[in-house]
Design a protein around this ligand. Structure first.
Ligand code: FES
Length: 351
């Protein structure tokens, strides 16, 4: 007698196992517990209960739709800086609170509606299936398709039009929440990137001494940084304006300037170029007086400041913009206008 036969004789199936189809054999001593007898739900036998569940699911989907509408209305109606006191959170932005609550309700109600529909109205018959090879034979595929069709029919997807349509409505509206939030990517820059604070008659201010620059302050071989007259480090918009208007001032012997326009836009060999790298906008801070090369420390773009600041090395796409300068009645250096092209990367402008 084999040991498996001994086991099956020593552990005969219980009455309960036998009732549920448990089978113990000499080859397989572990009983298959089978499936418990199917218990019909209230909704399966009582049409009024089924209707109640249907109404509940529809209400959940409709609440989701209302919450999505409320989300959009909150976004439009509430300013971001208005706060309310909410226990236990304390003072919170009413905009953020309302967006969070409405979106949570919209998503929760879709989920709760789907779960309630599945638990109370869709078929709850449990089906046991044997493991089978991954490649299903044709008859199994046909059976799957037939089961799918039967499941679709049993779910009431086609028959319960109210549920189906309200669910579609809720699912269609919920993505609108994300679309509305795209507005928070910020206002478009419009013309702001095309101009700087430089204008005709604005004096060049030394960024170290905060004094107007005079031609005699700029000696051959030196590198000086300048900003427009009237801009203060205490101004609220200082960072955004200096990011466009910062200048590099150098002096080159006029006969060493190779670019004709550069010479015309200079004053006695003093030239003013944008300090903002045309690659991705780092401030340029290294200058080699022998070669007149300016080097951007970020990705090593190198510009020849004696030849129109053209790019001689690195990833920058175009030359540094030059500011036309002169001298005013007080003998101070001044701009003769704004840059004639956008400063910085400007890939958005050049396409
Ligand atoms: S930002 Fe200047 S080289 Fe990249």
């Amino acid at each position: 007698m084999s040991s498996q036969e001994e086991i099956s004789k020593e552990n005969p199936p219980s009455e309960q196992d036998a009732a549920h189809g448990a089978v113990v054999t000499a080859d397989d001593p572990f009983a298959d517990p089978g499936l418990p007898a199917h218990q019909p739900r209230k909704q399966d036998i009582d049409e009024r209960s089924a209707k109640r569940s249907e109404r509940m699911v529809a209400i959940l989907f409709m609440v989701s739709m209302l919450a999505t509408v409320a989300f959009i209305a909150s976004f439009v109606a509430f300013p971001v800086d208005k706060n309310v006191f909410v226990f236990p959170l304390g003072h919170v932005s009413i905009l953020h609170l309302s967006l969070g609550v409405t979106l949570a309700v919209a998503l929760f109600c879709i989920g709760a509606g789907a779960v309630h529909w599945a638990r109370t109205l869709m078929s709850d018959v449990e089906v046991a299936d044997e493991r089978h090879p991954i490649e299903a034979p044709p008859e199994v595929k046909q059976k799957v398709l037939a089961d799918f069709a039967a499941g679709a029919a049993e779910s009431g997807f086609g028959r319960r039009k109210l549920l189906r349509n309200t669910m579609f409505g809720a699912l269609a509206l919920v993505p609108l929440s994300g679309v509305v939030l795209l507005r928070d990517l910020g206002p478009l820059p419009e013309k702001k990137l095309r101009s700087t604070l430089w204008a005709k008659g604005k004096q060049l201010i030394n960024m170290n001494t905060h004094e107007p620059l005079r031609p005699e302050d700029v000696v051959v071989g030196s590198l000086t940084f300048a900003m427009p007259e009237g801009l203060s480090e205490h101004d609220e918009n200082f960072q955004s304006e200096i990011a466009k208007a910062a200048l590099m001032i150098i002096r080159i012997q006029p006969d060493e300037i190779k670019d004709k326009r550069e010479l015309e836009w200079s004053h006695q060999g003093i030239v003013a170029f944008s300090k903002i790298c045309t690659h991705v906008g780092c401030p340029i801070s290294l200058y080699e007086q022998q070669t007149h090369h300016a080097l951007c420390p970020c990705h090593q773009s190198t510009f020849d400041l004696s030849d129109g600041a053209r790019v001689i090395f690195g990833p920058a796409g175009h030359a540094l913009p030059q500011l036309r300068i002169g001298v005013n009645a007080d003998g101070n250096l001044e701009a003769l206008g704004d840059f004639d092209e956008p400063v910085g990367p400007a890939f958005w402008e050049r396409g």
